[in-house]
Design a binder for this molecule. Structure first.
Ligand code: ZN
Length: 288
């Protein structure tokens, strides 16, 4: 998400005629086909539907699963179809502090593995891990719509589900040499229709847990280009956080534009570790 990648990608975007510069960067046009994990969804897992898929908690024979009765909303950042819908995703929506593009295309590795494919893959893995522990899991989308949802709708999905925790899955598009993951926490915002006063504290606890477990599970270090080595960042310019009324964080799993990070992000085994780290962090938060 952060700053400098927008400038880096600007020439490529100009070539593509893409004007969406806000958010997590923008994708290159020569994207590899999305690698979809878990095409055959296990029993009890979310299915593509008309917006969001919900997972009923599987029944445990004679026992209560650790996350039974808890609801987790997973927000796969961007959408593989966004780049075909520039006009729609560039429509501005109200994020409380100001107005911002409905959605962005996301970034990609230099070889064309898109952030949108990455976020869906990790989200599917995360969904399966949480559902296996009894959580009710809702996805904000499952590439079952041509573009979006818009960032305000993504926030509303978590609110409407009365989620105990919401995680928006992303990967960054920063400069080569910038490496590592970070978790973005909501700033205290009270403007327009946004009021994060009640979620700032619990979101930080959620984010700290995810950062700790993500590092442990993946063996990767916190970002070396922001957050002062904590793996944590705080932002007030993200509609998905500003408009949330339930604890929510963004996870930027690595920098797709750095070759070493890209080697990790394109590795299915590493993505499973990433999903495991996020799931462990969520579980720690919910059981805390
Ligand atoms: Zn993103």
């Amino acid at each position: 998400m952060p700053y400098d990648h927008r400038k880096i990608l600007a020439p490529a975007l100009a070539l593509l005629g893409c004007v969406t510069l806000a958010g997590c960067g923008a994708t290159a046009g020569s994207a590899a086909p999305p690698t979809r994990h878990g095409q055959a969804a296990p029993p009890g897992s979310a299915r593509p539907g008309d917006g969001a898929g919900a997972t009923p908690a599987p029944s445990a024979a004679g026992g209560t699963l650790p996350l039974s009765g808890r609801t987790v909303v997973i927000d796969p950042g961007h959408n593989p179809g966004n780049f075909r819908h520039a006009r729609e995703i560039n429509q501005k929506v109200d994020i409380g502090t100001n107005r911002k593009e409905c959605d962005t295309t996301g970034t990609s590795t230099n070889a064309g593995y898109t952030e949108a494919a990455f976020t869906l893959d990790v989200s599917h893995r995360l969904r399966d891990l949480l559902a296996a522990q009894g959580a009710r899991v809702v996805l904000t989308h499952d590439a079952d719509r041509p573009f979006g949802p818009c960032i305000d709708e993504r926030a509303r999905t978590g609110n409407a589900a009365r989620a105990d925790a919401v995680v928006s899955v992303h990967a960054d598009g920063s400069a080569t040499g910038n490496r590592g993951f970070h978790v973005i926490l909501p700033a205290r915002v009270s403007a327009g229709g946004a009021d994060t006063t009640k979620i700032v504290g619990p979101s930080r606890t959620l984010g700290e847990g995810i950062a700790r477990h993500f590092a442990r599970s993946t063996g990767t270090a916190p970002a070396n280009y922001l957050g002062a080595g904590t793996g944590l960042d705080v932002r007030d310019d993200l509609g998905g956080l500003n408009l949330s009324t339930v604890p929510k964080v963004f996870v930027e799993c690595g920098n797709m534009r750095d070759p070493k990070d890209a080697a990790l992000l394109t590795d299915a085994a590493w993505r499973q570790k990433a999903a495991r780290g996020i799931a462990d962090g969520i579980r720690t938060y919910l059981k805390g």
